[in-house]
Design a protein around this ligand. Structure first.
Ligand code: NAD
Length: 355
């Protein structure tokens, strides 16, 4: 097979990590085209990577470039339309997390992948970290027993990225859909991908973190593509039940009065509990503590590294037909969990996940 022809839709922050991954795979693929509605950003991206086929309309790029693979790295509200268009144009897709704005969109994307017989990989990048590998191997070996509870968090003290991240119309929600999704996915993946059946959730918008002049504190305020509102929750917490009895508690914040940013993934079984980290640790009911530090986990797990592993897996799936470890159905399951927490937060009652 000749080199896989790749296109990038959305040339913002995270697209550079996808590019890093594609460049590491340059024996197998080439990024030949890129698209963004923000022309200056697109042009700078093209210059940085020597990509000359630049488009402000992804439909035009898909019609002209005969792409085998596409990374969808836009803000969340464009994940569904861009992914469906790319799949219908015959490309395989690596779509950033969260898969979509809601379950309904995620189902449309899953259907488009099935209909076209293409790979749709969701950007659950934490699955490729060595901590995740160590925990998965330990659990799959039976050493943790039956997994029945996970406690996961992704908490920032004052870290709303601003811009579209703070506007539900573009993001679909706040820290739950943006940050919580990473740790919720990891716990569900490690627990053997059970089916979510119900959730109870609460969201808060209590803290208006502003500079002295009233400007919301944020890492970036990028108003390209629209006037962004600031209407997402600043903290969310929820409790999810699964069909096999497994339960998960999640907390996620953009702003919360804590000492410092932190996040935990703890997962508990009948024989042992595991806390992910570098290295991951385990604790057993007969009083043993240990670390999961086998030589094979001794590989770099920085941000660029896990994106490289993720892209390498995507290229492997496209080129060799290797089964995808982060398929559309897992993205759909995550959107069901997120929708149910937001619905419960609205109604004050447990939300039942209907199939
Ligand atoms: N996996 C991770 O750890 C991680 C980290 C950060 C962001 N993300 C995800 O990556 C995605 C992008 O986030 P970001 O931080 O790069 O945001 P960003 O704002 O830096 O980039 C998004 C880009 O999408 C472009 N865009 C919007 N609509 C478009 C359209 N119709 N066609 C082409 N381009 C369009 C915007 O102009 C912008 O340049 C989000 O879904 C986010 O959740 C994932």
């Amino acid at each position: 097979m000749s080199k896989i022809r790749v296109g990038i839709i959305g040339t913002g922050g995270i697209s550079h990590f996808h590019m890093h991954g594609y460049l590491a795979q340059s024996d197998n693929c080439e990024v030949v085209a890129a698209c963004d509605i923000n022309e200056p950003k697109l042009k700078a991206f093209g210059e940085q990577y020597g990509i000359t086929k630049l488009y402000t309309d992804y439909n035009e790029m898909l019609a002209k470039e005969n792409l085998d693979a596409v990374s969808v790295t836009t803000w969340n509200s464009v994940h569904c339309p861009a992914t469906v268009a790319a799949l219908n144009a015959g490309a395989n897709v690596l779509c950033e997390k969260p898969m979509a704005m809601n379950t309904q969109e995620a189902l449309q994307m899953e259907e488009a992948a099935k209909k076209n017989g293409k790979v749709l990989q969701i950007g659950f990048v934490r699955r490729y970290g060595m901590d995740a590998h160590a925990a998965k191997d330990f659990i799959d070996s039976g050493a943790a027993g039956d997994i029945y509870f996970a406690n996961v968090s992704y908490l920032r003290r004052n870290g709303c990225p601003g811009g579209w991240f703070g506007d539900k119309r573009y993001s679909g929600g706040g820290p739950l859909i943006d940050l919580g999704v990473h740790v919720m996915d990891l716990a569900r993946y490690l627990a053997g991908r059970p089916k979510p059946v119900a959730a109870y959730g609460v969201t808060f918008r209590n803290i208006s973190a502003t500079d002295d002049d009233g400007t919301p504190k944020a890492w970036t305020i990028d108003t390209s593509g629209g006037e962004f509102e600031r209407n997402v929750e600043d903290f969310a917490t929820g409790f999810i039940r699964f069909d096999n009895g497994f339960v998960m508690h999640v907390s996620a914040s953009f702003t919360l009065n804590i000492k410092q940013d932190h996040g935990d993934v703890e997962i508990f079984g009948t024989k042992a509990g595991i806390k992910l980290g570098a290295p991951s640790e385990y604790y057993t009911s007969d009083g043993k503590n240990g670390v999961l530090d086998d030589e094979k986990y001794n590989k770099p797990s920085g941000f660029n590294d896990i994106f490289d592993y993720q892209v390498a897996h995507f290229i492997d799936c496209v080129k060799n037909g290797t089964p995808c470890i982060a398929p559309a159905e897992d993205g759909v399951a995550l959107m069901r969990m997120i929708d149910a927490i937001y619905e419960s937060a609205r109604t004050g009652k447990e939300a039942i996940i209907e199939y």
